[in-house]
Design a protein around this ligand. Structure first.
Ligand code: SF4
Length: 364
């Protein structure tokens, strides 16, 4: 099969290796652009969330490049993700795109499609090849995330404007092409060293530190969040991204896979504000905002797609946390109409406010 899948940040790099390990060809859709968004918006229900629309655009672009199979992740929580796959499939069928549609989701109750779908994915591979693909994908995921997180520290301190992002782009392409664990390790080491070398000031030099919380797709996909991490870096802010894909895999696949509970720490942090899971990353948003205040971050930015149910729940709670814990919180809602100029102005105003607050704190 020629398999395509939606984008979310750099996740296409490990997923490509994983799908190749399953014995299939991979059609990576073009990176998200205005065309992707326009296609998705045109064929999606009006009021659905932005990730849904971009994914429709990705799938159409992937199929138009020759893919005959779509691989999607599903979900079982109260947000709409659980139903995405079915609606996406319906939209593609209406457009006359005849493809195999495989949605991977945890089997709950009677899911007659689960095993046949897995069977189709694995019929062309063997254990050795699949294990090799998994290890390579895991190494690439870790390498990409380490570089992304390092860039958040280096960017506000870089000697030459834009050098961190330029170097990162090259590093991701090298990691993508790597076909062995040793090659990934080599590129990872070299790139980390090179990115650290871009700093003009020491890592310990004080800059504003702001935490980024919110819906996972919006936090991780730069096209959707209007490159918020880069924008903040260029405003001299060190961003702490509270969502990690590496941790997501460890928690949801490794730990939950052997029956361990993964949300006790989140529930502890969110106690008094939210009692439990509300779908998506709503609980994480509340818990992480409390953690940021307790770790003395200068502020928190909450980013969410318009109409995202779990994040709307969190958004309603954040003003109380902000007041109780004395942490400024900015909520940014994005949809297909979000304009760059207004977005940038809001970030600049928030950063100004944080600077003023820090100055007042220092002066007592
Ligand atoms: S968490 Fe929000 S944005 Fe993400 S799929 Fe669910 S409703 Fe849509």
């Amino acid at each position: 099969m020629k398999v395509t899948f939606p984008h979310m940040g750099n996740i296409y790099i490990p997923i490509e290796s994983l799908v190749q390990g399953m014995g299939h060809d991979v059609v990576v859709p073009p990176m998200d652009t205005k065309r992707t968004l326009d296609l998705g918006t045109k064929y999606s229900p009006d009021t659905t969330c932005l990730p849904f629309k971009i994914i429709v655009g990705n799938l159409i672009e992937g199929i138009d490049l020759g893919a005959d199979c779509v691989l999607m992740a599903g979900g079982t929580g109260p947000c709409r993700l659980g139903y995405y796959g079915e609606v996406h499939k319906g939209i593609l069928e209406d457009l006359g795109k005849k493809v195999e549609f495989i949605t991977i989701e945890p089997p709950r109750g009677n899911n007659p499609n689960f095993w046949p779908q897995l069977g189709k994915l694995f019929e062309k591979t063997n254990l050795k090849r699949f294990a090799g693909g998994c290890l390579l994908a895991w190494a690439k995921l870790n390498a990409c995330e380490e570089l992304e997180l390092l860039a958040l520290v280096v960017r506000p301190r870089e000697r030459e404007f834009g050098s961190t992002s330029r170097l990162l782009k090259q590093a991701f392409q090298q990691i993508k092409k790597a076909q062995s664990l040793s090659a990934v390790g080599k590129f990872r080491e070299e790139s980390v060293h090179a990115v650290k070398g871009l700093m003009s000031t020491s890592e310990k030099e004080k800059v504003l530190r702001v935490g980024l919380v919110g819906e996972i797709y919006t936090v991780l996909e730069p096209f959707v969040n209007l490159q918020i991490e880069e924008r903040l870096g260029y405003l001299g802010v060190e961003v702490y991204r509270t969502i990690s894909l590496v941790d997501w895999v460890k928690n949801h696949i490794f730990k939950q896979g052997i029956g361990l509970r993964i949300d006790q720490a989140l529930r502890r942090s969110a106690a008094g504000y939210l009692r439990g899971f509300v779908g998506g990353h709503g609980l994480e948003t509340v818990a992480r905002t409390v953690d940021l205040a307790e770790k003395d971050y200068a502020g928190a930015i909450h980013i969410l797609p318009m109409t995202c149910m779990p994040e709307i729940v969190a958004q309603a709670i954040l003003p109380q946390i902000s007041e109780d814990k004395h942490i400024p919180v900015l909520s940014l809602v994005v949809d297909e109409h979000t304009g760059e100029a207004g977005f940038q102005t809001r970030l600049e105003a928030f950063v100004d406010l944080l600077h003023r607050r820090e100055r007042c704190r220092i002066l007592g």
